[in-house]
Write a protein of this length. Structure first.
Length: 500
């Protein structure tokens, strides 16, 4: 039986959760504040943690503010300091603590440059012990964490909630936890902060001395896509699990004379090679309205109007490639902000792998790594207008299933179990004849057909490549113009040129 739950807090439910927490003080027994918790993962897997924790507790009819600080050095030497002062609140306790010898600065940071690979989290935790006398037969610790994780050059913000049973009935606790999750649309978070910090930590790009760079830009599918609402500005909010797959465009960027206007060419004559192209827009963001000094060529293999993010992937590759080729002083954080301004899918491809998206698609959280599962993808000759697809979604009156939660719960359950619970709200409003035919053939092979994005590509995953190949053969025999068997891949954009 689970005795601990950890969730991400969707932005759209944060205010409702805050109101709920405001109702709880009558059940609190103590309050804890953790400050500046910093984690390091060294090459030899020694974890250094340092920071401090403050707790307000009741003791003999008086309130006591307690502080504990731990600093570990060299994986062996540990220094622990503890203080107590009488105080009615944590704020009052913080003001009194220096008078009894507490350090002036409670935030102590170890130089991260000493480690080859590093993950770091900086956060503030407000923690409460909840009691439900006569109502629920358990005691639970309730923690709200707000902070950022990653590395010095790339810190990803997060807001999350933890609930841990301390004593009592496990079944009652589980029921309460699941009801809380459902009430506030909380998103399960299986990875520790340290694991996520190490995953998101990225090194500052090294200076590049070559004359050109070549990048492989992957496609994506949506293992889930739930439309959760519509904002006053017209943008739709969503929850989705993005996954990169092994279909690639190729972008080559070459240095030219410093004052020579930029050029963009493409193997597909239907693709615009001017300011309408996201690759062009990426260059403008980095080099100004009249970019000079580079020539770019794009080899297209990802189908257009498919919901597979080909244009967005190419855009993200342009940002990475131009920064590297010209050694631009643009941090990862700045690059992610630029990518997000060009489109949520663009920012996703800077991560790649399996990523949870929220908000209007701009809130991204890497979510572990899938094995390389076979995936069959098919697309007819017809495309789907994204604005029209959203208009149809707005017209739907019946509630649609929320698939994201199920997908997150099945990420480690194996291919067949995972792909069986994948879903997309746009499936409910997409009725193109070719899409219907693709679905029929995929279902006939025992697989679950799912649109990618707003369509019109349809994918199905499975545990063995033989099933995927048989399904693909049937789709080709039916005259479907684009059919391929690929696989889920754990990375995003790849540099294919050798380092000098």
């Amino acid at each position: 039986m689970e005795n601990e739950y950890k969730w991400m807090i969707p932005q759209e439910t944060l205010s409702a959760l805050a109101a709920y927490l405001h109702e709880l003080p009558g059940r609190l027994r103590h309050e804890t504040l953790h400050l500046a918790a910093v984690y390091y993962d060294t090459p030899d897997s020694i974890v250094h943690r340092m920071g401090c924790a403050l707790r307000l507790r009741q003791e003999n009819d008086r309130s006591v503010c307690c502080m504990k600080r731990t600093l570990m050095r060299d994986g062996a030497q540990a220094i622990r300091e503890e203080y107590e002062v009488e105080a009615a609140t944590l704020t009052e306790g913080l003001q009194k603590l220096p008078a009894v010898g507490a350090p002036e600065s409670l935030c102590i940071f170890l130089s991260y440059q000493t480690f080859r690979e590093l993950g770091r989290t900086d956060f503030v935790r407000n923690c409460y012990l909840l009691e439900f006398p006569g109502e629920l037969p358990f005691t639970a610790e309730f923690a709200v964490d707000v902070g950022a994780l990653g590395s010095a050059d790339h810190m990803q913000p997060f807001e999350e909630l933890e609930l841990e049973m301390k004593s009592g009935d496990a079944d009652g606790f589980k029921g309460f936890a699941l009801s809380l999750e459902h009430r506030f649309s909380l998103i399960p978070q299986p990875l520790s902060k340290l694991a996520r910090a190490v995953r998101t930590a990225k090194e500052t790009p090294a200076r590049y001395a070559g004359e050109s760079v070549t990048l492989q830009t992957p496609a994506k599918i949506n293992l889930s896509l739930d439309i959760t609402g519509k904002r006053p500005d017209g943008y739709h909010t969503l929850q989705s699990v993005f996954q990169t797959v092994g279909i690639y465009d190729t972008l080559t960027i070459t240095k030219t004379a410093p004052g020579q206007p930029m050029t963009l060419t493409c193997s597909d004559p239907a693709v615009p090679c001017d300011e309408r192209n996201l690759v062009w827009k990426a260059a403008v963001k980095l080099l100004g309205e009249k970019p000079c000094g580079i020539a770019m060529h794009l080899e297209k293999r990802i189908p257009s109007q498919a919901g597979m993010g080909g244009g967005s992937s190419d855009c993200a590759a342009a940002l990475l490639g131009i920064r590297k080729l010209l050694a631009l002083p643009v941090s990862d954080e700045q690059l992610h902000a630029i990518a997000a301004s060009l489109g949520a899918d663009c920012a996703f491809f800077l991560y790649g792998g399996t990523v949870l998206a929220g908000g209007i698609g701009e809130k991204l959280m890497p979510y572990g790594t899938l094995p390389r599962y076979p995936v069959v993808i098919a697309k007819g000759s017809e495309g789907i207008s994204t604005p029209e697809a959203y208009r149809r979604i707005d017209a739907v009156t019946e509630p649609l299933p929320q698939d994201t939660h199920q997908v997150l719960m099945h990420l480690e359950a194996g291919a067949d179990a995972l792909f069986a619970v994948c879903g997309n709200h746009f499936d409910a409003i997409t009725d193109l004849p070719e899409v219907e035919r693709i679905r029929e053939i995929i279902r006939a092979h025992g697989l679950n057909p799912v649109l990618s994005g707003s369509g019109a590509a349809v994918f199905a995953g499975c545990a063995d490549v033989e099933t995927a190949n048989a399904c693909a053969g049937a789709l080709r025999n039916a005259g479907i113009p684009f059919v391929t068997v690929t696989e889920t891949v754990p990375e995003g954009i790849l540099f294919s040129d050798a380092e000098p």
